[in-house]
Design a protein around this ligand. Sequence first.
Ligand SMILES: [Zn+2]
Ligand SMILES: [Zn+2]
Length: 370
Amino acid sequence: MAGSSRICPRCGRSEEEVEFIGPLCKDCYVEVYGVARLPEKAGFVYCQYCGRYKYQGGWNEPSGTIEETLLDYLSIVLTRRLRPIENIVEAWIGDIRLDREFTGPGIYNAYVRVQGRHGRVEVVEEKVVNVKADAAVCPSCTRRITKRGYNAVLQVRSSRGRLSDSLRERVNVFLSENLSGRLAESIIGLEEHREGFDILVDDPSIARMIAAKLRSNFMAKTIETFKLVGRNPDGSRKGRLTISVRIPEIEPGDIILVDGRPYLFLATSRGGNLLLVDLERGREEYMSSDLLWQKGFKPYPGGVELKRYMLISRDKNTTIFLDAESGYQDVVEVPSNSVKIYVDKFTEGREYKVFQAGTKIYVVKDLGDG
Ligand SMILES: [Zn+2]
Ligand SMILES: [Zn+2]
């Protein structure tokens, strides 16, 4: 039985014990020849601010932490430069790990698992690649830090004197969730002002795109102006686009006066239309934000005709409230079909802001449990 079997001249094992590649067993083959050739060294240049890395002449998006980015980067460059040894028909990069935690610029050893196959025989080899990591500042972070090179400014303000913290927060969340890739990259910086904030943008056409998003999502009114700021090196006039973005300081549930009439603001629809309830006529209508700005609007003068009611009971016929402002002494009993509910939850024991117009009572805002 052993007579026809090959014997590895290096370790003495036979074909029954181990697979062979050429005249050697696969383990000796890998020890003597290896699986694939790899460069011994690699360089890695990353931006210390945003984590982008340099590759093929450009700056590329990071894949997470700098260590994760480095490992992905190594996988890409080593795969490109991997050369299988003779008799290995196919080779690829498996696991890569660093000899220690990534802590910044310096020299690291990367342990690279190189896998390959010869027919059905699979082989593995661990190689070490010496990695030199350097920190740099990418061009877009350079622009951001120096605040040079911005060609457009979005001045975000409110319809009132000062942008409120809650509206500012809503705008921030919107910007971080809805601006990706090229749009986010074009933002060089933010500047705080007493009345609001400025967004500095390097590309005027992107500034217009951001303005359009604010217009349709926040019913903003935008006005463009163009200012000369000097001359380009070639002598041509250099200008800067300024876009004033005014955002109405209103939230769903607020009552506003448009053309002197009270409306309840319910929601914003796509495309920047407002869903309003005309509180004197008692009907819902859509209004474009352009028309709202054209007609003019202001917050409803608070406190006078908006009441605070607690719901006591409600059935098909009758709804009973207590007037909170009278110390819960006055009972308000009305037919249920004259109560118009514009809150999600209308339950007994909760308090609501209500607006009374004629015989109708509009429940416009949920104030929670008494
Ligand atoms: Zn052997
Ligand atoms: Zn950067």
